[in-house]
Ligand binder design. Structure first.
Ligand SMILES: NC(=O)c1ccc[n+]([C@@H]2O[C@H](COP(=O)([O-])OP(=O)(O)OC[C@H]3O[C@@H](n4cnc5c(N)ncnc54)[C@H](OP(=O)(O)O)[C@@H]3O)[C@@H](O)[C@H]2O)c1
Length: 243
């Protein structure tokens, strides 16, 4: 009997968030999806909601800043399933409050790097041995055009704010490339995806944010790449983005 494909999505704490919709779409594609968040009281009701839609979803507690929480989640998944096919590093934080390089406080800048870079880094390291038990493992780092030199609206060359966030996503893209190079021979694909400006908070559609379904779709694309699919790229809607 074929073992069902298994995906882990981090940062599933809000129904409006990308993580929730990514989990829904992955489960719709036949995955058993482990949804995770740092608070059990938030992830469990969301997993029940998806289960009530007939989807194969299980909750786990995972705080990407807490090594023991990551290890506990990895141990739980290892002992229950013995492998992981897709890891979606969706958890992240936006700590800027509109900070420019001059006005940004180091407290927020550190938090952005701690979560978006080091948190993701820790998660990949801790789940690597489980990913290597899959016959088609894929890691997706949910990044942002804010960390790109080529995005004229939100990117690094745009004047002014979202400094800490942009730099943390630039670093996440760098981490993606380094992991992809190291893991290519081992058959693990590692890609970064920008979902585009997505309406995960009320009122953002009015500023041009696109539906959560669409942002999630391009993350799911990268999580479900075929064995010979690309690695070490930065994508939106299945198309390469400039770094
Ligand atoms: N929405 C956009 O326009 C957009 C554009 C480009 C990229 N992105 C990226 O997409 C991802 C999802 O964003 P979103 O818009 O859906 O907003 P969101 O709901 O705020 O998503 C962030 C998620 O990360 C979780 N998180 C933060 N720190 C964590 C930690 N230490 N451990 C575990 N989970 C943690 C948050 O959980 P808590 O509720 O516990 O804080 C939340 O569930 C983020 O990486 C974001 O940078 C979003």
């Amino acid at each position: 009997m074929e073992i069902k494909k298994l995906a882990l999505v981090t940062g599933v704490s809000r129904e409006m968030g990308l993580g929730f919709e990514v989990a829904r779409q992955l489960a719709g594609e036949g995955f058993r999806v482990i949804v995770s968040a740092r608070e059990r009281d938030r992830v469990v009701p969301l997993s029940i909601k998806l289960k009530n839609e007939g989807l194969d979803v299980v909750p786990v507690v995972l705080d990407i800043l807490d090594e023991s929480s990551i290890n506990n989640a990895a141990w739980e998944i290892e002992s229950r399933y013995g492998k992981l096919d897709s890891l979606v590093n969706n958890a992240g934080g936006f700590y800027d409050g509109g900070g420019t390089p001059l006005s940004q406080t180091f407290e927020y800048a550190r938090k952005a790097l701690e979560t978006n870079l080091f948190g993701t880094w820790r998660v990949i390291k801790s789940f690597l041995s489980l990913l290597e038990k899959s016959d088609n493992p894929s890691v997706v780092n949910v990044s942002s055009g804010a960390g790109s030199f080529g995005d004229p609206d939100f990117g690094l060359i745009a004047k002014g704010d979202i400094t800490a966030y942009g730099i943390s996503k630039l670093a996440l893209n760098g981490l993606t490339v380094k992991f992809a190079a190291e893991l290519k021979e081992r058959g693990v694909k590692v890609n970064a995806v920008c979902p585009g400006f997505t309406a995960t908070y009320p009122g953002t559609e009015a500023w041009g944010a696109r539906p959560v379904y669409e942002g999630a779709k391009c993350i799911v694309w990268a999580a479900t790449l075929p064995k010979d699919g690309p690695t070490g790229g930065f994508f939106r809607d299945g198309k390469l983005l400039p770094w």
